[in-house]
Write a protein that binds this ligand. Structure first.
Ligand code: DX5
Ligand code: ZN
Length: 216
């Protein structure tokens, strides 16, 4: 079954609790953490995740676009994230970090930028609960979907099947009514959508429509 995770990067940051409520029916709330070092943009950190956790019942899917996730990721689990994603390009010890996130009680996920191949991480996949393939360069919402990532989604899906893993395969960036079917056909099963959900007149209806398209 397809999961739709709205990204609050496209929401009104002064009304986060209400924006979380506005996407009723969504599976997870995608929380983009940016540190102005790993990516050229700055968003929010641990205290905001803590507040969101108290303000809403929807599980939090925290996507850390930060340097040194080895040091900071565990704090996001303690703040209440149900899933913590760190970038392969930033992690010093991804195996240790994935194990630490899981040991603290959250799902562990690895993210790959568009130009980072999946094959070097094949042996790491059993340590993960989700693999995130970025379909834009990380840092900003509202960018154009990169079709060049589609073959990598297919290769990742084949690796997951070959190893008999129950890993979720997430795509993030430029996912919309125009592109979600291509992602689903290539093998993705978790879809992050920022502008396509919060830019819509009725965000909850947009979530339902995207889910229907992904499952078609
Ligand atoms: C980009 C973020 C995405 C972003 C997606 O760096 O990781 O989660 O919010 O936004 P859209 O769906 O507008 O591309
Ligand atoms: Zn994201």
């Amino acid at each position: 079954m397809a999961q739709i995770n709205p990204s609050i990067l496209a929401a009104d940051f002064a009304r986060l609790a209400a924006e979380a409520e506005a996407v009723e029916g969504a599976d997870w709330l995608h929380v983009d953490v940016m540190d102005n070092h790993f990516v050229p943009n700055l968003t929010l950190g641990v205290p905001v995740v803590e507040s969101l956790r108290k303000a809403t019942g929807i599980p939090l899917d925290c996507h850390l676009m930060i340097e040194n996730p080895d040091r900071w990721a565990p704090q996001y689990v303690e703040a209440g994230a149900g899933s913590v994603t760190f970038h392969a390009e930033a992690a010093a010890a991804p195996v240790r970090l994935a194990r630490e996130i899981r040991a603290k009680g959250a799902r562990a996920a690895l993210a790959l930028n568009p130009a980072t191949p999946v094959e070097p991480y094949e042996d790491l996949l059993p340590e993960l609960d989700m693999l995130l393939l970025m379909t834009v360069e990380p840092g900003f919402g509202g960018q154009k979907f990169l079709d060049l990532v589609l073959p990598k989604i297919r290769r990742a899906r084949r690796l997951i099947e070959r190893h008999g893993l129950r890993l979720w395969l997430q795509v993030d960036g430029g996912v919309s009514a125009e592109t979600i079917e291509r992602c689903a056909e290539a093998g993705a099963d978790v879809f992050v959508a920022g502008s396509a959900v919060y830019g819509a007149e009725d965000p909850a209806a947009a979530v339902a429509a995207l889910r229907k398209q992904a499952e078609a």
